[in-house]
Design a protein around this ligand. Structure first.
Ligand code: NAD
Length: 345
């Protein structure tokens, strides 16, 4: 024996021979047991989520599933190859059998908006895709929370909740978490402070009928109007409207510039995934089927919610200003209208 043969014991050599090269498409007969995440749809959004989760070491096992298995395998390997130095995640391209025993299943399959389209324009096409994805998941589902990212997220969250028939909140959508993050970013830029001291939410539709809840925005725990008066910054209806509008069109502006958005949502998903799989409950404005909150049911929309290991565990019934309620009820009507017009329902 010489060289490598001398260094490797027989057992090691046996393992090397049974190792199928670099493919790693599936686990090799062992299981890590917990903190397992499946991502369905390995396009820009799904791959960015996988990358973000792997970098943050949020999950132990991440399986990526997509109709385009070859590309998915490439995406998985590209992420996996850089991890040895920093992460422990076992990340691979798999199939729907791998949805078994997941703590979290994230669905990003579906077409994105083209410049000029609204999210609701994707309804009929993405509902069909979602139906086939859910059919495959149902054959292999054993447990875990289902998080919808594909658009229109409020419509798809409602339909998936109906199809899966799980306890309320175990299916929920990313909803307005990204819009809320954009709002906080915009306010922080306006007041010239770090985002960490700004608290604020966008509620309602992840789309045209989103509502910035100004009555609850705080800067360092102080209501924003009071803060601005105190430090001599202008704060009035026109500034609020400008900030809300800027927040609303941020997604379309990015799509006009680069045809898609994916990093922002991937970062937001890390907060939700951490809450679910690492049991670090958080509060975020996400979409789930309402059960009488603000007098609404049979529709999925975003309200500030406690998110933890079983998904949306509670929706917070905070009181809003009259114009905020009006905006929220417009969103309810808009989403209900789209649900009632949907092809094939
Ligand atoms: P993409 O085209 O890059 O990826 C979509 C992927 O879905 C593709 O890889 C495609 O092969 C796959 N797919 C299609 N049908 C499938 C099926 N039946 N089963 C499995 N996989 C299937 O698009 P993207 O940029 O990644 O966007 C994905 C979705 O996420 C879009 O609907 C987009 O609007 C949405 N999105 C949501 C948010 C949010 O805040 N909720 C933000 C950005 C994008």
């Amino acid at each position: 024996m010489c060289g490598m043969d001398m260094i490797l014991s027989d057992r090691c050599q046996g393992r090397l021979q049974s190792f199928k090269g670099d493919r790693c498409m599936k686990k090799q007969g062992y299981t890590l047991g917990t903190r397992k995440v499946a991502i369905i749809g390995a396009g820009y959004v799904g791959s960015s989520i996988a990358y973000a989760l792997a970098l943050r070491d949020t999950a132990r096992e991440i399986v990526m599933i997509d109709v385009n298995h070859k590309k998915t395998d490439g995406e998985a390997k590209d992420i996996r190859h850089g991890l040895p130095g920093i992460g422990t995640a076992d990340l691979y391209a798999g199939d729907y059998n791998d949805c078994e025993d997941c703590d979290l299943i994230i669905i990003t399959a579906g077409r994105g908006r083209k410049p000029g389209e609204t999210r609701l324009d994707l309804t009929n096409e993405n509902v069909k895709i979602m139906k086939s994805v859910i059919g495959n998941i149902q054959k292999n589902y054993t447990r875990g929370v289902i998080l919808i990212i594909s658009n229109p997220v409020d419509i798809l969250t409602y339909k998936v909740a109906e199809w899966m028939g799980l306890p309320n909140g175990m299916v929920f959508g990313s909803g307005c978490i990204l819009d809320s993050s954009r709002l906080v970013r915009t306010i922080a830029d306006y007041v010239g402070l770090s985002t960490g001291v700004i608290n604020g939410y966008v509620v309602g539709e992840h789309g045209e009928n989103q509502v910035s809840v100004w009555s609850h925005v705080t800067v360092g725990g102080i209501p924003i109007a009071e803060y601005c008066t105190d430090v001599g910054l202008a704060w009035d209806e026109q500034i609020r409207a400008e900030v809300a509008q800027k927040t609303k069109v941020m997604g379309s502006e990015i799509i006009a510039a680069k045809e898609r958005t994916h990093y922002g949502i991937a970062t937001c998903v890390c907060q939700l995934a951490d809450a679910i799989i690492n049991m670090r409950p958080t509060i975020a404005s996400v979409s789930s089927v309402l059960m009488g909150e603000h007098g609404c049911r049979e529709v999925a929309l975003s309200v500030p919610s406690v998110v933890g290991p079983s998904g949306v565990q509670q929706r917070i019934r905070e009181k809003w200003a009259p114009e905020e309620y009006r905006g929220f009820f417009d969103a309810v009507e808009n989403i209900r209208g789209t649900l009632s017009k949907m092809e094939g329902k």
